[in-house]
Write a protein that binds this ligand. Sequence first.
Ligand SMILES: CC(C)(COP(=O)(O)OP(=O)(O)OC[C@H]1O[C@@H](n2cnc3c(N)ncnc32)[C@H](O)[C@@H]1OP(=O)(O)O)[C@@H](O)C(=O)NCCC(=O)NCCS
Length: 371
Amino acid sequence: MSTAKGLEGIIVTETKITSLIDNQLSFVGYSIDDLIKYSSFEEVIYLLWYKRLPKKSELTDFKQKLFQNMELPKEIYPHLENMDLEKTHPMSILRSIISLLGAYDPADSLSYKDAQIEKALRLQARIATVITTFSRMRQGKEPVKPKEEYSYAENFLYMLKGKPVAPLEVQAFDQALILHADHELNASTFTARVCVATLSDLYSGITAAIGALKGELHGGANEQVIKMLMEIGEVDQALPYIKEKIAKKEKIMGMGHRVYKKGDPRTKYLKEMSKKLTKRTGQEKWFQISEIIEDYMKKEKDLPANVDFYSASMYHSMGIEHDLFTPIFAMSRTSGWIAHMFEQYDDNRLIRPRAKYVGPKNLDFIPISDR
Ligand SMILES: CC(C)(COP(=O)(O)OP(=O)(O)OC[C@H]1O[C@@H](n2cnc3c(N)ncnc32)[C@H](O)[C@@H]1OP(=O)(O)O)[C@@H](O)C(=O)NCCC(=O)NCCS
C-alpha cells in the first residue's frame, strides 16, 4: 500500500465545475479571463450551481432571491450579543453562526435532496449579512439593511461600511469575489464534499469548509500577508525582512501553491487591482512592498505569489478590517462549496480512504496497576 502525503497529485473524483488544466482557470468551461471581464459574481454563482450561464430574466430573478434572503433570522442576534466579538476570531464567529443558521432554517430538517436551492440561496445571501453584522456590532454600530438595487458585492460593502462605496471599489471587489469563487478540490472544498458524502446537509458542509479555510496554509494566508506587510512597514525594509525570514527557513505567506508551480492565474488580476486601489488611496507603499517580495521569492525560491498575496493589500486599501479578509474569502467560496456539494449529491459515494498502519503491533496489555 503506497501513500501520497497530502494526497498530492491524487485524482479522487471527476468534476464538471472547475478546471485548472495548463495553469488556465475556468468555471464550467468559461475562462476566468472572460468571466472577470464580462460577468458578475451573481452570474458566476448561477454558473457554478446550474452549470450553465443564466438568461437575463433568470439572472434578475436569481439576484432578487439572493437579496430577499439576506436578512438574518431574529434568533441569531442574541447569540451574536453573547459572543465576545472583540476577542474571538471572525472565522470562529462565522463558523459558529453559519452552523446556527442551519438550526433556524426550516428546510434544514428536510432530507438532503429537498430544498437544496432554497438552503443554498439562504447560505450564500446570509453569509454576507453575518460578516457585516458582527463587524458593525463589535464597533458598537447598528447593522445596515441591504438595498435591492445593489449587487451582492455592493451590498456587502454598503452593509459593512454603512455608506455607499465608490464604483471602482465595487467593481474590484466583485472581480475579487469571482476570482475566489471556486478552485477545484482545494482543502476546504474537499472537506465540504467529504462531509456531505455521508449524506449530511449543506449547513454541515459549509461549517466544516469554513473550519478548513481558516488555517493559514489555506484561506487564512491573506490575513497573514497583511500582518507581514504591516510588520515590514516601509519599502526599504522589505528585502532585509524577507531575507531574514528565508534564512530562518520560515514560510512567506501568500507564496507557493500545491497545483500552480508556474504561477497562479488569479494573481495578475489581484495585482492590477491592488496597484490601482492602493494608488487611488495614497497607499502605494503596500503594493510596492508586495512587489519586492513577489520578485524576490520568484527569483530566489522560484515560488510564485498566490491568490492571497495581492488581495491583502487590495482589501487593506479599501479600508476593510484585516481579520475580515478570510471571512470574505469564505463568502465568495461558499458559491463553489455549494456547487461541489450539489455535484457530490448527484453522484454520491461515501468518501472513505485508507491509512497505512505503521504503529506497534501485538503488544501485551499491561494492567493499569503495573504501568
Ligand atoms: C500553499 C502551500 C501550502 C503548498 O504546499 P505544498 O504543495 O505542500 O508545498 P510544501 O509546503 O511541501 O513546499 C515545498 C517546498 O517549498 C517551500 N515553500 C513552499 N511554500 C513556501 C512559502 N510560502 N515560503 C517559503 N517556502 C515555501 C517549502 O518550504 C518546501 O521546501 P523544502 O522542499 O526545501 O522543504 C505552501 O506553498 C505554503 O505553505 N504557502 C504559504 C501559505 C499560503 O500562502 N497558502 C495559500 C495557498 S493558496
